[in-house]
Design a protein around this ligand. Structure first.
Ligand code: ADP
Ligand code: NA
Length: 330
């Protein structure tokens, strides 16, 4: 039986991915490559929708790819590629821009939030059409499912609308994808402010765990996480967001259910949970960092893997684009 095609992308991040990226996305990608026909992209075209330093972007893109491999993506089991190496993404995005309504794009809440924060003069048109490029990413591969977090639901809806509209106007061309909201994806919160999610743009230096930092540095951050003045280790995101965050990280990293983790720490103090969590994290992250470094230390091999991935991606993307070009009258 044929495996369901999925596609997911992640932006290159200077420094490294953070623990939220791993537990909320990358870890699920690794699992999905066993059950699905998975296409994964480091979406560097998306990364220039805000100002970038060219050398830093190039480095971040390689680092992202190395970390995905270090986390366990296997180029024999999935298609891993860098978006800018497959020119069909930008080409299809242009065509899709021309079937997207201005008002429709203007309703995207992520754009509204980001542009409000940046101000109109510092907001690029690229940021405005970001969701259209995302639609191109998905539609090029006839992906049936798109593993995303809840925050991406509106963009997947737009992708579906564009696919249906294009098919209606020009004839059956695209597969209409569904969102596949990651089930066991943990949502990770800022260690210092557990009311907000851990995020590269919003977290303070002590609130975020970078995967490529020295394990000692991250262990210290985990041990200094904000909890509450109560002493009971109980999963209760409303009343005890800090402790609950630590419990979900512990559970996600060990594969032990949250209820069982609660039991394990019954009658013990917060310090015990923090110390053990720091150990569990260090144990997981050490081999991850070593593997990631191996890929970074062998640039020729990394380039070879990415070129091969781009070739596999183009084998699907190019025929899709050719069909689109023909349909629209080129
Ligand atoms: P950031 O929020 O730090 O800018 P991105 O938006 O680039 O991170 O997210 C990349 C991926 O990681 C997305 O799939 C997103 O859903 C996931 N992700 C990001 N932050 C978290 C978090 N705190 N908890 C769970 N998943 C997260
Ligand atoms: Na984000």
């Amino acid at each position: 039986t044929e495996r369901l095609r999925v596609l997911s992308g992640i932006q290159p991040t200077a420094g490294s991915f953070h623990l939220g990226n791993y537990l909320g996305a990358v870890r699920q990608w690794v699992a999905l490559q066993e059950t699905h026909d998975a296409f994964y992209s480091v979406v560097d075209l998306h990364a220039i929708t805000v100002p970038q330093d060219p050398a830093a972007l190039r480095e971040a893109t390689r680092l992202a790819a190395a970390q995905l491999l270090g986390a366990g993506l296997d180029p024999e089991r999935c298609t891993l590629f860098v978006q800018s190496q497959v020119p069909e993404h930008a080409q299809l995005a242009w065509v899709l821009n021309c079937v997207t309504g201005f008002g429709e794009a203007a309703r995207m809440t992520q754009f509204k939030d980001k542009s409000a924060r940046q101000g109109a003069e510092s907001t690029t048109v690229g940021l405005f059409t970001y969701p259209v490029l995302q639609a191109a990413d998905i539609l090029l591969y006839h992906a049936r499912e798109v593993p995303v977090g809840e925050d991406q639901r509106q963009h997947i809806e737009l992708t579906r609308d564009l696919a249906v509209r294009f098919n209606g106007r020009f004839g059956e061309t695209f597969t209409v994808p569904g969102a596949y909201i990651l089930k066991d994806a943990a949502k990770i919160y800022d260690l210092q402010d557990p009311a907000v999610k851990m995020s590269k743009s919003a977290s303070s230096a002590k609130g975020i765990v970078w995967l490529m930092d020295e394990p000692k540095t991250s262990a210290k951050k985990l041990r200094s996480a904000v909890t509450d003045t109560d002493t009971v280790i109980r999963y209760d995101p409303e009343a005890k967001p800090g402790v609950s965050n630590l419990l979900s990280i512990y559970s996600a990293l060990t594969g032990i259910g949250v209820a069982e983790v609660e039991e394990k720490f019954a009658g013990r103090l917060y310090g015990a949970l923090k110390t053990e969590l720091a150990e569990v994290f260090a144990e997981w992250v050490t081999p991850f960092r070593d593997r990631t470094r191996q890929f970074l230390d062998d640039p020729a091999e990394l380039d070879r893997l990415l070129a091969r991935g781009a070739e596999k991606a183009r084998a699907v993307a190019a025929p899709t684009l050719a069909k689109v070009m023909d349909r629209v009258g080129f």
